[in-house]
Design a protein around this ligand. Structure first.
Ligand code: SAM
Length: 298
């Protein structure tokens, strides 16, 4: 596919360079695991031998978790070569450590445009009779498509009749201070330079009516979005200083601080520390967080 035919080319470019997701994989997994597990818990009566598609699987924690919950197979797809490389390494280690888990495969693939059913691992023991995925799942991996209706229609095309969709996405930014309070502290000191890069908005699915409209237009039925109000440990079990390092890496600080002298960097670091310090507990820095758990059926 040429770049001009690739509707998510800018997202591909962004996520292939998203080294923070690979470097900080363990902390992000601690931060997000319980929310992803909540969206796994709503999948309804999966049959024996069920096949699961994990969309925007990143470094693959949720694919590994699914492989311990189903007996068919798990396919993790992600647009980022970098993150799939980490996922493949973890998948191989997991298969050795847990030989009884369902087989997992990973593919670098755009969930909006790929022929996903073709990527299903036909060599897996139960996949001879593959007639589509029983479940399409995602932990925060479906908010970044250029054409979300086309993407969800494409995922539905890979799902067997009666198959399910279950994913988790963020509610509004103001309900998720773990990101906006840090960004606000940074932006009170330095401006974000103008960017010609892609808009990567983790809150793009914050409006439940917008999400319902997308899923409906993509042909899904029995659509439901349930609020999931929770807490997250921002940087699992770390010291305050390590958590500040993590926050400076994950949010907009790194981009906003480009070219600024050390004294400004220090000033921003102190401002971020002031946001995180009151929330520091023995378990780490704890914030409220609010997500939607979306479900639907083909
Ligand atoms: C916020 S990260 C979540 C990663 C992972 N699910 C997790 O919870 O750790 C979003 C993921 O969506 C992936 N992504 C973005 N656009 C995509 C697309 N068009 N097709 C497949 N994956 C995509 C990114 O590469 C990234 O790994």
């Amino acid at each position: 596919m040429s770049v001009s035919d690739d509707p998510n080319a800018d997202q591909r470019e962004f996520w292939r360079n998203a080294a923070v997701w690979a470097d900080q994989q363990e902390r992000l997994d601690i931060q997000l695991s319980h929310i992803g597990l909540a969206a796994m818990g709503v999948a309804d009566g999966l049959r024996a031998g069920a096949h699961v598609l994990d969309v925007g699987c990143g470094c693959g924690q949720t694919s590994l978790q699914w492989s311990e919950r189903v007996t068919g197979s798990v396919l993790g797809v992600d647009i980022s070569e970098l993150l799939i490389e980490v996922a493949r390494r973890r998948g191989a280690e997991h298969a050795t450590a847990q030989p009884e888990a369902a087989p997992i495969s990973f593919a670098v693939s755009d969930a909006q445009t790929a022929d996903i059913a073709k990527l299903a691992d036909r060599t897996a023991p139960d996949n001879g009779s593959f007639d589509g995925f029983d479940l399409v799942y995602s932990r925060f991996g479906v908010m970044f498509f250029a054409d979300p209706v086309a993407a969800f229609a494409n995922m539905r095309a890979a799902t067997r009749p009666g198959g399910q969709l279950s994913f988790v996405c963020w509610q509004r930014a103001r309900n998720n201070p773990w990101l906006i309070s840090i960004n606000k502290a940074v932006l009170e000191i330095v401006e974000l330079p103008p960017s010609d890069g892609p808009a990567v908005d983790p809150f793009a699915f914050a409006d439940p009516d917008h999400v319902r409209g997308i899923l409906d237009a993509a042909g899904w039925s029995e659509i439901a979005l349930e609020p999931h109000d929770t807490e997250l440990v921002f940087s699992g079990g770390c010291t305050l200083s390590e958590t500040v390092d993590f926050a400076m890496d994950l949010g907009i600080a790194r981009q906003a601080l480009k070219g600024h002298p050390p004294e400004v960097q220090l000033q921003v670091r102190e401002a971020v520390t002031a946001v995180l310090a009151p929330r520091h507990t023995p378990a780490g820095v704890v914030f409220p967080a609010a997500a939607w758990i979306a479900t639907a059926r083909n």
